[in-house]
Design a protein around this ligand. Structure first.
Ligand code: ZN
Length: 258
């Protein structure tokens, strides 16, 4: 298993981060991929990757909820780091659009997202995309780069069948599936079995958020990706080892980890 989306460098894990990584290894997690959030999270993220080389791997990006007035300055700094030939970053993420809580910086979010899409294109790196209450706008940006060979993950997918079809029409992209799949009231299982081949799915936790059942409401951690995999195996009617092999291979291919 690969946890393709985990923020275990965050302060929620300051007390027991090594134990969290140890539990992930014990649960069979082969690698943990870390999307960046803002300028302040880069140092703790790289620190964790330094402690667990080739196990914890960093991405570079500015999260849409962290796009404020100063976003251009922040992006310029990030570009300096990510454009270095010796960069450790395996992807551009976490980037995207989020108009759920607050659309004050809507214009800036769109601008920041599109700049980072171009980074991914120009550097040949995958994108890890966050989108909430912004499907139309997301498709609007993506459409302009449809023929540019982009690849990546639409992280925390929770949309409809029609949205799944639209997202998967971008051939280099897969859907990131996490704890929400295990929630009783979620319609995600039905959408996946109807519209999404297992080959277009990767596992993620989004730790510390969205812990799967039976840990729902608690702090999420990478080891819990096993719960989501179990549910995925039920949804697709395929064995655990098959689901593990398929999703791991997809993630490794996407991030160049083969
Ligand atoms: Zn995230």
């Amino acid at each position: 298993m690969i946890d393709t989306h985990s923020h275990i460098y965050g302060p929620e894990f300051d007390e027991d981060r090594d134990a969290v990584v140890a539990r992930a290894k014990e649960a069979g997690v082969e690698q943990i991929l870390l999307p960046n959030i803002n300028a302040d999270t880069i140092a703790p993220m790289l620190d964790l990757c330094g402690r667990y080389p080739n196990y914890c791997l960093p991405m570079m990006g500015l999260h849409p909820e962290d796009v404020h007035e100063d976003f251009q300055e922040v992006l310029d700094g990030m570009w300096q780091e990510v454009s270095l030939p010796s960069r450790p970053y395996i992807a551009i993420g976490e980037v995207g659009l989020d108009f759920y809580w607050d659309a004050t910086y809507r214009r800036q979010q769109l601008d920041a997202f599109e700049q980072q899409v171009r980074w991914a294109r120009d550097l040949g790196l995958p994108l890890v995309i966050h989108s909430r209450n912004a499907h139309r706008e997301l498709m609007g940006v993506m459409e302009r780069y449809r023929s540019d060979g982009l690849k990546g993950i639409f992280h925390c997918f929770g949309g409809t069948v029609a949205e799944a079809h639209e997202l998967l029409s971008f051939e280099g992209f897969v859907l990131g599936i996490g704890g929400v799949l295990t929630y009783k009231k979620s319609s995600l299982a039905g959408v996946l079995s109807e519209a999404v081949p297992l080959e277009r799915v990767v596992l993620e936790t989004d730790s510390p958020y969205l812990a799967p059942v039976p840990y729902r409401g608690k702090r999420n951690e990478s080891a819990y990706v096993a719960q989501t995999m179990k549910r995925l195996s039920e949804v697709y009617g395929r064995s655990l080892s098959e689901v593990e092999n398929v999703t791991t291979k997809t993630a490794k291919r996407l991030f160049g980890l083969l």
